[in-house]
Each structure stands twice: as structure tokens, then as C-alpha cells.
Ligand binder design. Sequence first.
Ligand code: ZN
Length: 135
Amino acid sequence: MPENHNHVTVNVGKKDDLDAKGCGIALLAVLLISGLFLLFVHPAVGIVMLVVVGVSVYLMVRGQRKHERRVAELRALTARKDARRAELEGLATVGPTGVCGFCGALEQHRDGYGVPFYPRAWHQGDIDRPVAELT
Ligand SMILES: [Zn+2]
């Protein structure tokens, strides 16, 4: 049985990612509180810390949005590939008149040794190729 390699697996919010994100947020919170405290004791150091916290938060939010956009794109691509595959596999059947729905052959598909094939198995490459080319 042919394997289907056209599906895209997307892992979102794995536990390790969440732990790392939680540590990053906790570190930023500590730096923010320290920066606010240092603002009164050593204003220059406090300002630098607050700028570092601000830039870090900006970069985190930007990275998260970029990741979410990429995940949405991959899910849409997977949906398009699934729909196209279903459409092509729906064609690769024998109709009520005995004609192959994919290519219109009047006789059953047979290999060089006379072994018969179902239309879907015979046209598997013709189905896989256009699905894999979708981007
Ligand atoms: Zn055919």
C-alpha cells in the first residue's frame, strides 16, 4: 500500500515550548521589577534595563505572531492538499459503464503481466504528483 507523504504535521504549544516561554516571561517580569526599582536608585541602569525588557517583549510578540502565521499557512496548505487528493481519488473509480473515471479507459488497467489494478492504484502516481506540487 502506498504511503501518503503529503501531510504536514504541525506541533503547536508543546510542553517544552510552554516551559521555555514561561521561564522567559518570568525572567522579563523580574527584570521589569528590578528596572523599575533601579529607576529610583540608579536611573541610568534602570532605563537600560527597561529598554532591554521592552525590546525583549517586542521580539517575543513578533516571533509569536510570525509562528502563528506560519502555522495557519501550513494548515491551509494541508487542507488544500487533502481536498485536491479527495477530488482526484474520487475520479479514479470505475463508473457504472465500466469506464475508468480518471482516464476514460474502457478496459480494466493491467500491468505487463496481466495483473489487474483498481483505478486508484493504477493512477496513484497521477494523483500524488499534482497534490505534492501544491504550495
Ligand atoms: Zn484509468
